[in-house]
Design a protein around this ligand. Structure first.
Ligand SMILES: Cc1cc2nc3c(=O)[nH]c(=O)nc-3n(C[C@H](O)[C@H](O)[C@H](O)COP(=O)(O)OP(=O)(O)OC[C@H]3O[C@@H](n4cnc5c(N)ncnc54)[C@H](O)[C@@H]3O)c2cc1C
Length: 378
């Protein structure tokens, strides 16, 4: 079987690796428009569950990925300058580029044909393959080109965000709320290696406008945000990777396949970064597609099986991510809360964690919240 992956992000690389490891005689080609050492963004997080999936599928790449992990078990919520830590939430951070380069290395070793610096744009580019995997990311040109078949919906959300790095190390998933005369600024930060943290800043459109962000260039934007988060950054800088304000695009597709072509990863669906699951979804798509190919005896029945197995899981996660995204979009209304109350509301926002679950994760935090409710705690 001849396979082409359009895009060499986590989805395209991992799927190609799994196929090639199992079928060394199948030609598997990945075409990526960027160079092998180029990427957007900084670090991403994974939960423990994802790690187990990766180990079960391909132990050598799992070993290298987990070696590059920074692991923690706390979510920190900073509000009115006070930090509340909630333990029992195990996550790992990894530099996005490091993860891509590990996957590239394993693909190369397995015999996947990797081609960089080439953008596939016309139907002739994907003719002659038995299976074409469109893993070309959130702005997928393939999805747009065949919109009549995939029937996508792209919901452009109102909040703005910008994805920075910083040498300040945040030991845990840290959510920081800072108000100034222009409005409310929220930072999502965590370290992803020994020297750097991801630092995503999010704000609502009113705050963005009032602060005059449209008229600020990249340096002026960074200077402004460094001042907003001066205390949290401990005077250290924000680092840019062509970092610019964006709106989050919530992607869904009514149809996932078109003949022998299938969308996977962000091209197929997105999940708000506040629940840190986009890469996990992309990797799980790769695993599900690989399994469907193994189980079925034709590409068309494999693609149907892939969608049948995967759609409910994707929709479930997108629903939780939507709750979380909307929470952050309306975060202003929670700012009158005391720090411990805000931390509690934040932890339970998606409905997946309730009081008993929180108590199991971190009894001290559950007690602090109960005491605050009874008026005996800060
Ligand atoms: C601010 C932010 C923070 C995030 N944090 C997390 C996190 O903490 N944890 C997490 O799990 N996820 C996170 N994500 C989501 C994660 O980045 C994506 O879900 C993940 O990268 C999706 O992988 P992918 O392979 O589908 O797409 P991508 O990683 O976007 O890869 C697609 C690739 O296709 C290439 N390409 C596109 N078009 C073509 C073409 N025509 N020809 C050739 N190549 C092409 C692109 O250059 C790109 O390399 C975050 C996202 C954002 C925006």
């Amino acid at each position: 079987m001849r396979i082409l992956s359009i895009g060499g992000g986590p989805a395209g690389l991992y799927f190609s690796l799994l196929v090639k490891r199992k079928h060394s005689d199948w030609p598997v080609r990945v075409v990526e428009r960027n160079a092998p050492d180029a990427t957007f963004g900084w670090g991403v997080v994974f939960n423990d569950k994802t790690q187990n999936y990766l180990r079960d599928q391909d132990e050598p790449s799992w070993r290298d990925i987990t070696k590059a992990f920074e692991t923690w078990d706390n979510v920190d919520v900073v509000h009115r300058g006070r930090k509340i830590s909630i333990h029992g939430n195990r996550f790992s951070g990894i530099q996005r580029l490091a993860m891509l380069q590990i996957l590239q290395k394993h693909c190369r070793e397995a015999g996947v044909e990797l081609e960089f610096g080439k953008e596939l744009a016309k139907p002739a580019d994907w003719e002659g393959y038995d299976l074409v995997v469109a893993a070309d990311g959130v702005n997928s040109a393939i999805r747009r080109m065949y919109a009549a078949d995939f029937a996508p919906s792209v919901d452009v959300r109102p909040n703005r965000y910008v994805w920075y790095g910083t040498p300040t190390l945040f030991h845990g998933l840290t959510l920081t709320f800072r108000e100034n005369p222009d409005g409310l600024w929220i930072a999502h930060s965590y370290k992803f290696n020994r020297t750097t943290s991801t630092f995503i800043v999010e704000c609502d459109p009113e705050t963005w406008r009032t602060a005059g962000m449209a008229g600020r260039d990249e340096a002026a934007t960074r200077e402004y945000l460094q001042e907003v988060f001066r205390e949290d950054l401990q005077g250290r800088p924000l680092l840019s990777n062509k970092s610019a304000w964006l709106n989050f695009n919530l992607v869904r597709n009514a149809h996932w396949t078109r003949g022998n072509m299938v969308l996977i990863g962000d091209a197929l669906h997105t999940a708000h970064f506040s629940i840190g699951s986009g890469t996990r979804l992309a990797l799980e798509d790769s695993i599900a597609l690989f399994r469907a190919l193994e189980e079925k005896d034709s590409v068309s029945s494999a693609l149907a099986a892939f969608e049948l197995a995967r759609r409910p899981k994707v929709e479930d996660l997108q629903a939780a991510a939507q709750e979380s995204m909307e929470w952050f979009e309306t975060a202003k209304k929670f700012m009158r809360m005391a720090p411990v109350e805000l931390a509690y509301v934040l932890m339970t926002r998606s409905g997946k964690i309730d009081h008993e679950n929180l108590r199991r994760r971190d009894p001290a935090f559950a007690t602090a919240y109960e005491e605050w409710k009874e008026g005996i705690g800060p």
